[in-house]
Design a protein around this ligand. Structure first.
Ligand code: PMT
Length: 421
């Protein structure tokens, strides 16, 4: 990939994987990019600045001042110079500082000043990787717009086996180079819309359903479920952050709301209302993600007045099936549209999820099981396995819902380039 004229900041922090950063620098230089290495003081214990400055052809920056000359290194200039800002390896400590704005070294200070896309390649022991504080900090970085290059599983510096090995330099290089090339393509196509088009969803119209539905028994009572809307709202927010042209969130009654201004919320109450809101918008959308927990049954004839406890008879309601929104859209789906469903299961997860995907004519289904602690309804976390209609299966660890949303969009982007056309 040609990166001639591109400016890459590579931030290196103090971990064993720092030795791999030499290859990363080399890959960018070979592709024609100008590379500026910034190291935290601890990183110098793991790889020498001389190696990195030789490979990059530029003196490494580590301190705010050069000690002997008193020369001041401007973190603001560096941040603005960058077309991409890559932190690899990113230790738990640097991730925590980035997530909390602790600007006590040149790397984090430059990070806070940059307007470039930031890529973070974590590397640490697997217990540190799955510690709730690291999970939280990574979720914060994602919601701040960083792209996380997930670490791989394998033997770690501690000799323990698990997830925490920094991804290989080739993989990190490819993620960054692909992003730069895509952004360039998009900017060439629509120069007037540069600020909104810095992601793979530029120009795309996204429809997401989220939350529960309420099926009325009478004006004060209803049938519903435990969905909080958190998972679907995270998916809609992430689509907006990735530059989607429009994001419509059809949202059942819940407390949460999107944090991205560009998400257009359509409030609905019942399954039928949700269907009608989706049908109004489906034909124009490129990707629809059905995350709502739609009540499977609704009340055939709800009472128009409050049912009184004093009545002699115990009321009886006949339930009828609610429309299946995902299946309805699946029948209507055009060749170039992508339809993604969720499956919330308690048993026979694989069979049930894949059967739902087929029955509803979905391109992808995201399975979450109530048997996994921290997954499904009402938690801030989820653990999902994603199946595609052509037989791929990708399992993810338990993560913050915001990070799960990023994984889902990454898969959609990788699989379909966001559009089947
Ligand atoms: O909202 P949270 O508290 O964050 O919880 C998230 C979640 C658990 C609700 C979410 O991750 C999830 O699993 N959503 C789907 C829940 C569900 O209804 O699953 P299901 O297996 O019953 O339905 C399968 C698919 O068909 C889903 O895409 C669902 O949106 C859709 N469906 C179901 C019934 C129906 N009448 N119409 C539909 O469109």
């Amino acid at each position: 990939m040609d990166l001639s004229g591109k400016h890459i900041v590579i931030g290196i922090t103090g971990g064993i994987a720092a030795y791999k950063s030499a290859s990363l620098v080399r890959l960018f230089v070979k592709a024609g990019a100008e590379v500026q290495v910034v190291m935290t003081p601890n990183a110098k214990e793991f790889i020498t600045p001389v190696t990195l400055s030789t490979l990059s052809g530029k003196p490494v920056i580590s301190e705010f001042f050069t000690a002997n000359t008193g020369e001041w290194h401007s973190h603001v200039d560096l941040g603005l110079w960058a077309d991409a800002f890559v932190v690899a390896p990113a230790t738990a400590s640097t991730i925590a500082k980035m997530a909390n704005g602790v600007a006590d070294n040149m790397l984090v200070t430059s990070y806070l000043s940059t307007r470039a896309q930031v890529f973070v390649a974590p590397a640490m022991d697997f217990d540190m990787m799955r510690h709730p504080s690291t999970v939280r900090n990574i979720a914060t970085l994602i919601s701040d717009g960083c792209r996380i290059i997930e670490p791989a599983e394998g033997e770690l510096a501690s000799h323990l086996i698990g997830k925490g090995r920094m991804e290989e330099p080739e993989t990190i290089f490819k993620a960054v180079a692909t992003f730069i090339n895509q952004t360039e393509e998009i900017n060439n196509n629509s120069p007037e819309d540069i600020s909104r088009s810095s992601g793979e969803l530029a120009g795309k119209h996204i429809l997401v359903t989220a939350g529960p539905t309420r099926e009325r028994l009478d004006p004060v009572r209803y049938i519903s479920n435990y969905s909080t809307g958190k998972m679907g709202v995270a998916i809609a927010d992430e689509a907006a952050r990735r530059g989607a042209e429009t994001v419509t969130l059809v949202l059942g009654p819940c407390e949460v709301s999107p944090s991205e201004d560009r998400v257009n919320v359509v409030d609905v109450e019942s399954g039928r209302e949700m269907l009608s809101a989706c049908l109004d918008r489906f034909d124009e959308c490129d990707v629809a993600i059905m995350c709502a927990a739609v009540a499977d049954y609704t009340v055939e004839t709800p009472s128009e007045t409050k049912i009184k406890r004093e009545n002699a008879d115990i009321p009886e309601f006949r339930l009828v099936k609610n429309p299946d929104i995902a299946a309805t859209l699946g029948k209507r789906k055009a060749q170039n549209q992508i339809l993604v469903g969720f499956a919330l299961e308690t048993d026979h997860e694989f069979e049930n999820a894949t059967a739902k995907m087929k029955r509803k004519n979905l391109d992808m289904i995201v399975l979450n099981s109530l048997r996994d602690k921290g997954a499904g309804f009402a938690t801030d976390t989820n653990k999902v396995t994603v199946f595609t209609a052509d037989g791929d299966e990708t399992a993810f660890d338990l993560k913050e819902k915001i990070a799960v949303a990023a994984d889902i969009w990454d898969l959609i982007a990788a699989k379909y380039k966001c559009s089947k056309s």
